[in-house]
Ligand binder design. Structure first.
Ligand SMILES: Cc1ncc(COP(=O)(O)O)c(C=O)c1O
Length: 319
């Protein structure tokens, strides 16, 4: 959709690819289905099979949905950063939730999750672990659907796509599609400062945005493909991302999560000045913001982390 009001004053035309309209509420539905269908081919899964996935939430919801339909059991290995609302969705969809609470030496939870994964797989030797950090199936799900949809919606005229970095399935899939079909399209990748997801990162530090950033380097972003497909890398913080998400909500009526906020912030404030009139820029908006009312959009949650979002405090004062 056009983000004309949010982009007021910018020269190129700004668009958002809204992924909250997928049935599980995020773009991860696409990768979840692709990965499970891959596992069916590779592991001959039959109903009752047990799948394990490490997830920050949205992948779990997508997989829980697919597993409910296909009759598989799902264990979601999550960490303390998961949104309460997402965790409840996982349980309602029938997934078993295993949660780790201890931060690892990078300040994130991934290494703690991996240690727990090892003990889980020992407990359930027949379980199939699906690794979204190293998943050609997740990348392919986006190169065959998300990328073509963006291209078709803008009649092939896409000057730049701005996406956030997580496990790499969405960004590397969309980038792969564009570099094959429209090499003149620039690919901008956005990560949260303190994440180790991308080659050349600035070192580990605590992060706050849900879904984006990692405490390990996903194989999906391994060079040399990373450098072939990604043109610009930008690091942002939680404050500017959440403020942009609120700006988008109040200008366009579109409520996205903090990672979508990061993408529209970079598209409007950092990418747009590089482009001219008639250029179409697109931000991939991974999910809806309603799941984050107890975290990224909660004044107390923000204050406890020293994240300054005066828009939310003002809204409270006004009530
Ligand atoms: C809200 C949100 N934003 C961004 C991402 C990053 O996507 P990917 O893992 O495809 O890099 C995710 C992934 O879980 C997510 O849930």
């Amino acid at each position: 959709m056009s983000l004309q009001a949010f982009g007021q004053g910018t020269t190129p035309r700004l668009y958002g690819k809204l992924e909250c309209t997928n049935p599980g509420g995020s773009m991860k539905d696409r990768a979840a289905r692709g990965m499970i269908e891959w596992a069916e081919r590779e592991h001959n899964l039959s109903p009752g099979a047990r799948i394990v996935v490490c997830t920050s939430g949205n992948m779990g919801v997508g997989m829980a949905m697919v597993c409910a339909v296909k009759g598989y059991q799902l264990i979601c290995l999550v960490d303390a950063k998961i949104n309460p609302a997402t965790e409840r969705c996982l349980r309602v969809l029938g997934a078993e939730v295993v949660k780790v609470y201890q931060r690892d030496e990078t300040g994130g939870y991934h290494l703690t999750r991996l240690a727990r994964l090892e003990s889980l797989l020992a407990e359930y030797p027949d379980a199939v672990y699906l690794d979204q950090y190293d998943s050609p199936a997740a990348v392919a799900a986006h190169s065959t659907s998300t990328g073509p949809e963006i291209m078709a919606a803008l009649d092939g005229q896409v000057r730049a796509v701005v996406m956030v970095a997580g496990t790499g399935g969405s960004s590397m899939g969309v980038a792969r599609f564009f570099k094959a079909q429209s090499p003149e399209t620039d690919i901008w990748l956005v990560d949260e400062a303190g994440s180790l997801a991308l080659p050349g990162n600035g070192g580990a530090a605590p992060r706050h945005l849900n879904g984006m950033g990692t405490s390990i380097a996903p194989a999906n972003y391994a060079p040399p493909e990373f450098h072939e497909f990604i043109d610009h890398v930008v690091y942002v913080n939680a404050e500017e991302s959440i403020r942009a998400a609120i700006g988008l909500a109040r200008s366009e009526g579109i409520l996205v999560g903090g990672s979508g906020g990061a993408a529209v912030h970079v598209m409007r404030d950092l990418a747009a000045p590089h482009y001219g009139p008639g250029d179409n820029l697109v931000a991939l908006l991974p999910d809806h913001g309603s799941r984050y009312t107890e975290t990224q959009f909660d004044p107390d949650w923000l204050a406890a982390r020293g994240i300054n979002v005066p828009e939310i405090l003002n809204a409270d004062t006004d009530i």
